[in-house]
Design a protein around this ligand. Structure first.
Ligand SMILES: Nc1ncnc2c1ncn2[C@@H]1O[C@H](COP(=O)(O)OP(=O)(O)OP(=O)(O)O)[C@@H](O)[C@H]1O
Ligand SMILES: [Mg+2]
Length: 242
């Protein structure tokens, strides 16, 4: 019998230095979770992933937000020179604002994933960003229901064939449920060193794939998100201030 050897294809993230740390890029057609605190750069990295997919690979992108008003996001990313509004008008980028849905009574995750997947199919989307998954998850207070919801949400999204980046806030302590359930997890962390606030990025997991496990410095600057993949951060320094 012929043996099938699984090999996960990776696609370029478009983020400077990140593909070195991921040893090739973002796993195609899988769900990668980007976890970080407020202002750590989650939205910037996600938009850059979509922008580069459109510019360099002609892959259509969709940005789904549960939190930030897309108008503000467009304004905030204007200084990077990405012309998000123009990409939207050309049809290469779809912005889907679902923040209003979560303001009313509890919405089922099934109806949300269906709404997203219909758009993916209709518009032939290849790269998908779900920004602010925490807002969706915290609708339920029971951990058992939250876990079930995340599994259903991820499973439904995974079926749509896109390469998916989901952002989530860091847990107050320990790990959040979605970190166990995603295929891969990237962590954005910060710590004090000689009174200076340092930021580091670390691949916590990447199922079925080799990757760098060490934290590396990163910054959000005038050109967007940059990972300094050849510089390292001492693991001890990341944790000693927590
Ligand atoms: N054009 C820019 N030039 C330099 N730094 C910027 C620029 N735009 C954003 N930043 C910095 O990057 C930070 C991160 O922004 P971003 O919105 O991506 O973070 P986030 O993790 O999505 O935040 P939130 O938790 O509020 O959603 C900003 O707070 C700001 O310090
Ligand atoms: Mg954000």
């Amino acid at each position: 019998m012929q043996q099938v050897i699984s090999s996960i294809k990776k696609i370029p993230s478009g983020i400077e230095g990140l593909d070195n740390v991921l040893q090739g890029g973002i796993p195609q057609k899988r769900i990668l979770l980007l976890v970080g605190g407020p202002g750590s750069g989650k939205t910037t990295m996600s938009m850059e992933f979509l922008y580069h997919g459109i510019k360099n690979s002609k892959e259509k992108g969709m940005y789904v937000t549960f939190e930030e008003d897309p108008k503000h996001m467009i304004e905030n990313t204007q200084s990077f020179g990405w012309d998000i509004g123009g990409l939207e008008r050309s049809g290469m980028l779809t912005l889907l604002d679902l923040s209003g849905l979560l303001l009313g009574s509890t919405v089922s995750v099934d109806s949300i994933s269906e709404l997203i997947n219909n758009q993916v199919k209709e518009k032939n989307i290849a790269r998908l960003v779900i920004d602010g998954m925490t807002s969706l998850v915290v609708q339920e207070s029971s951990e058992r229901v939250r876990r079930k919801n995340i599994i259903r949400f991820f499973r439904a999204l995974h079926d749509n064939g896109c390469t998916i980046l989901v952002t989530s806030e860091s847990a107050q302590e320990g790990f959040s449920l979605e970190e166990y359930l995603a295929h891969g997890v990237i962590k954005l962390e910060s710590f004090l060193k000689d009174d200076l606030l340092m930021t580091s990025i670390r691949i916590a997991k990447l199922r079925g794939s080799a990757h760098d496990r060490h934290p590396h410095p990163y910054k959000v600057g005038e050109h967007g998100f940059t990972v300094f993949s050849s510089a390292s951060v001492s693991v001890a320094s990341v944790y000693e201030d927590e």
